[in-house]
Design a protein around this ligand. Structure first.
Ligand SMILES: *Cc1c(COP(=O)(O)O)cnc(C)c1O
Length: 374
């Protein structure tokens, strides 16, 4: 099939939850789990792809230990299959604990956040566009302004049990939290006996130059969630809780059939192994600086580019006009990016991208911008 045929067939046979215009055929290199990961999946697939969670297996234990260690939280993990499911687990854990601690259930989340597409997680998501048409929404969520601690304080009531946020808002426009805000949320949680939840689905797993986005700040959350790149392409989600909240879920109080299956655990362990072996945290920080400097140079050159922000290899370029026009121009020129809201072009290159490829991409984007704005 050629590109047009594929796009036409896509529109005919897939629900219109996406509208892709670029068709990809093949991937090579620039992929976190490269050969080691593929080998790990192959080997695991020959042994055991799935087993019921009524039985234990080594990969699950090793992965949980690894995640607890690299977070420094010292607690426990729960495995599931996606970011929404991981956040749903965090919400359920918070409510369960709240029910035992003063009958509290409300969770304060941030405007412009993104937490997933299940009913509870679209409600947690502080953006109208993903809630419209799905009312009535579950009760128990209140919203505050990101990077505005006074607004969070104002949203807390005697029913509040948790505050949930992304250290770097992804879908909401690549907005990093300020140190003051993160520290303020932590202090508020300590003062009011609330659970601090970080959604690390997008900004975690090395993306910002640290394992977890919140590790760029002076404070630790009580719970955090991971998914997306956790098993580098194999569906997997995780909820990690510190020791205080590690045993809120008890036998039978939450479950996921495929959560933590041997194949996904092997893939996640291989992913973490490659990030460690290839020192991709430092690489993400360094290459992030390179890319940021290049984008800042674009911003200086063109009035149509208003700002550049982000951490590590999670960067956003704020545009005066529609960001999708810039994304399209980049794609036409051979560089794939995406939007994060109407006016932000989002850059999430592979952590393993080669520096010369990054330079090449910058050059190509420069040409595209010349054509678009020059
Ligand atoms: C993508 C995303 C989710 C949802 O993850 P899914 O695996 O698509 O359910 C949740 N939170 C954040 C921050 C995300 O970027």
């Amino acid at each position: 099939m050629n590109k047009t045929e594929i796009i036409d067939a896509y529109k005919q046979y897939l629900m219109p939850t996406y509208a892709p215009e670029v068709v990809l055929e093949k991937g090579k290199g620039s992929k976190v789990f490269g050969v080691d990961g593929v080998k790990a999946i192959q080997e695991q697939a020959e042994k055991l792809v799935h087993c019921s969670n009524l039985f234990a297996h080594e990969g699950q234990v090793k992965l949980a230990q690894k995640l607890v260690e690299i977070s420094g939280l010292g607690g426990k993990a729960f495995f599931c299959n996606s970011g929404a499911e991981a956040n749903e687990a965090a919400i359920k854990l918070a409510r369960r604990w709240g029910s035992q601690n003063g009958g509290r259930y409300e969770i304060v989340t941030m405007r412009n956040s993104f937490h997933g597409r299940t009913l509870a997680t679209i409600t947690a998501t502080g953006q109208d566009w993903c809630q419209q048409g799905y009312e009535p929404l579950p009760v128990g969520f209140a919203y505050a302004n990101f990077n505005d601690i006074e607004s969070v304080k104002a949203a807390v009531t005697d029913k509040t049990v948790a505050i949930m946020l992304e250290a770097v808002q992804g879908e909401g426009g690549v907005n990093p939290a300020t140190e003051e805000f993160m520290a303020g949320v932590r202090a508020l949680c300590d003062e009011k006996n609330l659970i601090m939840i970080c959604d690390e689905v997008q900004c975690g797993m090395g993306r910002t130059g640290k394992w977890w986005g919140w590790q760029n700040y002076s404070v630790k959350p009580d719970l955090f969630t991971s998914a997306k790149s956790l098993a580098d392409g194999v569906p997997m989600g995780a909820l990690i809780a510190n020791a205080k909240f590690a045993d809120v879920f008890v036998l039978g109080s939450h479950a996921s059939t495929f959560g933590g299956n041997p194949l996904a655990c092997a893939a996640a362990l291989a992913t973490i192994g490659v990030i460690e072996k290839e020192k991709l945290l430092d690489a993400a920080a360094k290459k992030g600086e390179m890319l940021k400097a290049a984008l800042q140079a674009f911003a200086e050159k063109y009035d149509q580019i208003l700002d550049v922000r982000g951490l590590g290899l999670m960067l956003g370029m704020v545009t005066e006009g529609a960001a999708k026009d810039v994304v399209q121009a980049f794609a036409d020129g051979g560089v794939l990016t995406c939007t994060a809201g109407a006016h932000v072009v989002r850059f999430l290159p592979p952590l393993s991208i080669r520096e010369d490829h990054l330079e090449e991409a910058v050059e190509m984007m420069g040409d595209s911008l010349d054509e678009l704005f020059g």
